[in-house]
Design a protein. Sequence first.
Length: 176
Amino acid sequence: MSKIKNETGLKDPLSRYAFGRIREQLEHRAMWLAVLSDEAEKHGLPMEEYAGDAIRRCGCIQGKKLSGGSKDFRVLKKNLFGYFARKVFEMNIIESTPDKLSIDFYYCPLVKAWQKMGYDDEKIKKLCDCAMCGDRGIISQFGGKLNLEQTIAEGCDCCKIRFVRDENTEMEVNNE
C-alpha cells in the first residue's frame, strides 16, 4: 500500500475546475518523463544515467530567462511562484529574501500523474528526484542551490523546498 498522500485541499468547484485544468497540463508533462524513462530502461538506459542531466539543462535554460541576470531570489518568487502556481501546488511562501526562498508545497500534480499511472512509491520517488533537477538548474542561474527537506513523494504531508544562496555555485552553461 502506498504511503504517499497527495490530495487536493481545494474545496470550491470553480477552483477545482480552473486549477485542475492547469494541473492536467503538469500531469501530462509528468507522464512524458515517466514513459520516456520506461522506454529508455527497456533499451538498457537507466533513468539515473540521463534524465537528471537533461532536466537540469532545461532548468538552466528556464532559470536564465527567469532571472533576467538577477541574483535576487525574490525575482524567482515573482517570476515563477505567482498566484496561479501557488494555487496549483497549494503552496505557502515561508520566507523570501534576496538569498533565501522557502516554500512548502501541499499538492503535486506530477506525483498525482504518476499515482494515476500506477507507479509504486519507489518509482515515484525516483521520478520526483529527476523532476526536481529542473529546479536545481533554475536556482543555479541565481547563484543558489536547492535543499529538499522533505517531499510528498517520500510520503510526507508536503514538500519543503528551500532555495539558498551558494557562493560555490557556478553559473552553468547550457546549449540553447
